[in-house]
Design a protein around this ligand. Sequence first.
Ligand code: THU
Length: 147
Amino acid sequence: MEDRRRDRELIQAAIEARKQAYAPYSKYLVGAALLADDGEVYQGCNIENASYGATNCAERTAFFKAVSQGKRSFCAIAIVGGPMELGQGDIFPDMAYPCGVCRQVMREFCRPDFRILVGRSTEDFQEYTLEELLPESFGPRWDHRDA
Ligand code: THU
């Protein structure tokens, strides 16, 4: 139950992070909250660009913030996403699954059992492991699997 409460808090942190999304082109706002092994939470949002390919996803924003502050070990990430008109208290129509590039970035720093929570609200979310969302993956040579 305690774990479930912590997961809900992580989803809530992702919902809050989504408020900062800069997405004038797609109008699809995404928020992420990344939990480091030491308990610190790093929030991220998507940041779009007039040159569309320069866009950064919410998940990568969270990871790059954390890694740039020296963090290298993580336990979980929560992700929420939905159209611009939806706000704080709303239930998002769909789960926002991480894109392939973000999954690969996770693969660089996370163990196969890293938890990925995708939510429609703090009461409605699903949990996956990185291994489930990125099977048979290519990773760094220092991979935890070989340890
Ligand atoms: N987006 C994310 O932030 N995370 C994902 O995993 C999927 C897509 C963003 C990128 C773009 O700003 C918008 O959602 C629409 O694709």
